[in-house]
Ligand binder design. Structure first.
Ligand SMILES: *[C@@H]1O[C@H](CO)[C@@H](O)[C@H](O)[C@H]1NC(C)=O
Ligand SMILES: *[C@@H]1O[C@H](CO)[C@@H](O)[C@H](O)[C@H]1NC(C)=O
Ligand SMILES: *[C@@H]1O[C@H](CO)[C@@H](O)[C@H](O)[C@H]1NC(C)=O
Ligand SMILES: *[C@@H]1O[C@H](CO)[C@@H](O)[C@H](O)[C@H]1NC(C)=O
Ligand SMILES: *[C@@H]1O[C@H](CO)[C@@H](O)[C@H](O)[C@H]1NC(C)=O
Ligand SMILES: *[C@@H]1O[C@H](CO)[C@@H](O)[C@H](O)[C@H]1NC(C)=O
Length: 482
């Protein structure tokens, strides 16, 4: 065992004996770098991004992002030699132009303002309660609309939601009845602008997502899955995020490089984007004015999901990307890998997907992902650490992987530097966390994660509370709803 590793082990055991207060001072000992000079972490100035650096980052990101729309026509590496896929592609190719013709024009004077949108079905009700409490913790002024279908849940069941978070400006809207209500009143909305999902199969609830975004009365929407929780007031994303302002849509990554075949990209009349990450569609920030056609075709594709899920895409998340590309609507994917999870002194297992703004200044959203899918419990240990890869997000500096190690209790999100000999190709990271990645620095609320000296390919592992104050305690408190 190397000396610094021994120190780390000692730190882990001391932590258990001494409790929280001693951690900060002990951590300074841990952060010895290779040249044995001490990191002066506790006396660092508050990190900010000044205008000059901001402009440099924007230029750098725009340049590196353009590779995903590479116009030199080249074939993707993944090719299909599968008859079944070809047959499905042919059927879909016939349907797509029809869907394109069914797009309704953007109603110019109808939508207004900015807001948060959620959808719920039976199984999301408890998560929506947690979500509303988490929204309330951010003290945001943004209004919230929750959309549902009375076919799927009783009107009475959703009424509970209205009293969960009294300081949130919440209305609940029903697709079938063209009606919204809050604690005080109920009102009809113009049925012409309620774009109901066409669902024949009750399990196909993903179609609610794009339908809720376009039907909500806001012109600009932050859509959240019921288990994607705010960690910070997102209003500043609408107001100041440079890539949101430039593109009109921010998507966030899933921990997979695109897996679609060359013929799928061709089907959607777009260049090969195989180096782009797939989406985690649990959070979408969108200006409907600018992305309308993309959103509308995504809604229609989900109504006709049989043609688009399965071999053509991995479900609703990909329909956004391909729908936007088909309609030539630009988007920006914030490809900054981020996960909250467990760290046992040598190995990190990410269990959530967290989301930052496009310049990685702050974490705004934490999608609890594996907690829901694999029934992991909401404990401090399972949420204690957060790992994030900072730098130019489009320059392939990191592996961002979702995989399960042999014998692992859960699958994990891994974020590790590229190239890396301990990554098994197309599979998993088997190595340990490098000591230089461990950081114990409590970011102030306006202090940024990415700053001048750290802009090139820096990965940190830090206490979740350092980067998302109170997230753990708030979530654990609210998890009694689940
Ligand atoms: C486009 O892709 C080709 C093939 O991968 C590559 O050689 C070229 O540099 C790319 N162009 C840009 C602008 O990224
Ligand atoms: C799909 O369509 C192409 C041309 O449009 C045709 O050459 C091909 O045979 C079709 N494939 C199948 C499996 O039907
Ligand atoms: C609540 O949000 C609605 C928009 O959905 C807005 O019209 C209303 O003024 C807001 N109410 C308060 C008290 O902020
Ligand atoms: C494909 O995209 C180009 C622009 O990139 C457009 O001019 C053309 O009409 C599109 N074709 C179809 C079939 O949508
Ligand atoms: C930490 O987790 C890894 C991977 O699950 C395991 O191999 C290792 O033994 C664990 N270490 C400790 C100290 O529990
Ligand atoms: C990507 O990162 C490498 C290594 O840090 C750097 O040399 C290269 O210039 C970067 N490329 C772009 C397009 O930013």
């Amino acid at each position: 065992m190397s000396q610094s590793k021994a120190v780390l082990r000692r730190f882990i055991s001391l932590k258990i004996i001494c409790g929280l207060n001693t951690i900060v001072s002990l951590f300074i000992i841990v952060l010895v770098n290779k040249n044995s000079t001490y990191h002066t972490i506790l006396t660092q100035p508050v990190h900010t991004i000044n205008d000059a650096l901001k402009q440099e980052l924007i230029n750098e990101h725009l340049l590196s992002y353009s590779q995903f729309y590479n116009s030199s026509s080249y074939e993707c590496k993944i090719k299909s030699n599968n008859d079944q896929l070809e047959k499905e592609l042919n059927a879909t190719a016939r349907l797509l132009p029809t869907l394109g013709r069914n797009i309704v024009p953007y109603p110019n004077d109808y939508f207004h303002g900015r807001g948060i949108v959620l959808t719920i079905g039976k199984y999301q009700l408890p998560f929506a309660k947690v979500n509303l409490e988490m929204i309330q913790h951010t003290r945001t002024r943004l209004p919230v609309q929750i959309w549902y279908s009375s076919q799927e849940i009783q009107d009475g069941d959703v009424t509970d939601l209205l009293i969960i978070a009294p300081r949130v400006n919440l209305s609940i809207c029903c697709f079938l009845q063209n009606r919204c209500r809050n604690l005080i009143r109920t009102w009809q909305i113009n049925s012409q602008y309620v774009f109901k999902p066409h669902i024949t199969n009750a399990e196909q609830r993903f179609a609610y997502k794009p339908a809720a975004i376009i039907s909500s009365t806001f012109a600009e929407v932050l859509f959240l899955d019921s288990d994607a929780y705010l960690t910070r007031d997102p209003e500043e994303l609408f107001l100041h995020d440079p890539m949101y302002l430039q593109f009109g849509t921010l998507f966030f990554p899933d921990a997979h490089i695109s897996r679609q075949h060359s013929s799928v990209w061709k089907l959607f009349n777009t260049t090969c984007g195989e180096n782009e990450f797939e989406l985690d569609s649990a959070a979408i920030l969108v200006d409907k004015r600018r992305a309308w056609k993309g959103l509308f075709i995504t809604k229609l594709m989900n109504d006709n999901y049989r043609y688009f899920y399965g071999s053509i895409s991995d479900g609703d998340k990909d329909t956004f990307r391909f729908g936007f590309r088909y309609m030539n609507v630009k988007y920006y994917i914030v490809m900054i890998p981020c996960a909250t999870g467990q760290f046992n002194g040598s190995h990190f297992c990410g269990l959530t997907l967290c989301k930052t703004d496009s310049l990685a200044q702050h974490i705004y959203i934490n999608h609890v992902h594996i907690f829901k899918y694999e029934d992991v419990s909401y404990t401090t240990e399972n949420l204690e650490y957060t790992r994030i890869g900072l730098g130019d997000p489009n320059n392939h500096s990191y592996f961002f992987m979702h995989c399960r190690l042999p014998g692992g209790q859960t699958s994990c999100f891994h974020i590790v530097a590229q190239p890396n000999p301990e990554v098994i190709p197309n599979f998993c990271y088997i190595g340990e966390i490098s000591l230089k990645d461990i950081e114990d620095y409590k970011y102030q609320s306006n202090e940024v994660l990415l700053f001048d000296r750290s802009r090139y390919n820096r990965i940190i592992l830090t206490k979740t509370n350092n980067v998302m104050p109170h997230f753990i305690e708030n979530l654990i408190k609210s998890s009694h709803h689940l």
